[in-house]
Design a protein around this ligand. Structure first.
Ligand code: ZN
Length: 239
């Protein structure tokens, strides 16, 4: 079973992500419910992959996910997060070094139906309410199914919104939410081998035939479909 799940067709994480905050003159943010794993209200974001540098990747994600053209990018913050994506762990294990930008855009909003739904402008007050929902989810007060149905802010985005001065969260809630981001939606068993790769064993090694080895043991991917996607997630690519 595990060898099937770890087929060579599954994409590996590059451990590099960008996220883009698009604001209007009234201070609202253009965000959406992610239609790909993991669920949550988010801005345009994705892996850097072959897009070039992080600025190029930010422009590409805004274009791919929202159909808009970036006219200026201002760095907000950057840093490593242990957040889970749907790919096989990368050379640095599970997590991403993120670059977050504020962007000005032009063009006509034409969101990707595959990657987004319910694209809308949210006020800081709206986002504070959605952050409270994520905090409740991270505390186990909202189930995975309930969160997927009516998501709060995607866990990894909460700290970026705090850093950007848009919302507030307590240290305790931020820690809980970061743990939720590291577990990954629907992967939240304490013994999940996937989520323990980086923290307990250091970076995973991936063998030529696609097996992931951590701490001398092959890692199994409980909860991942045979094609590498996650249950309930039918996108052909990830973020
Ligand atoms: Zn990734």
């Amino acid at each position: 079973m595990a060898s099937q799940l770890l087929g060579s067709t599954a994409k590996r994480c590059d451990n590099r992500s960008v996220g883009v905050l698009i604001t209007d003159p009234a201070g609202r943010l253009l965000m959406f419910d992610r239609n790909t794993f993991p669920p949550g209200v988010a801005g345009a974001a994705g892996h850097i992959d072959g897009h070039g540098d992080e600025f190029d990747a930010a422009r590409a994600e805004v274009s791919e996910e929202l159909g808009l053209t970036v006219t200026s990018l201002s760095p907000v913050c950057s840093g490593w997060r242990d957040n889970r994506c749907r790919r096989l762990p990368g050379a640095e294990g599970i997590g991403h070094y993120w670059h977050i930008y504020r962007a000005e855009v032009t063009g006509t909003l034409t969101p990707s139906a595959r990657e987004t739904r319910n694209v809308r402008w949210l006020t800081p007050a709206d986002l504070q309410t959605l952050t409270a929902r994520t905090a409740a989810y991270a505390r186990g007060q909202i189930t995975n199914a309930q969160f997927a149905e009516a998501p709060g802010v995607e866990p990894v985005w909460v700290a970026w919104l705090v850093a950007a001065g848009v919302v507030n969260a307590t240290r305790g809630d931020l820690d809980n939410i970061d743990r939720a981001a590291a577990r990954g939606h629907g992967m939240d068993r304490k013994d999940s081998p996937v989520t323990s790769v980086r923290n307990h064993y250091g970076p995973a090694e991936i063998t030529a035939d696609g097996k992931v080895i951590a701490g001398g043991k092959q890692v199994s991917f409980t909860g991942v479909n045979a094609d590498g996607s996650f249950p309930g997630e039918h996108g052909e690519e990830d973020q």
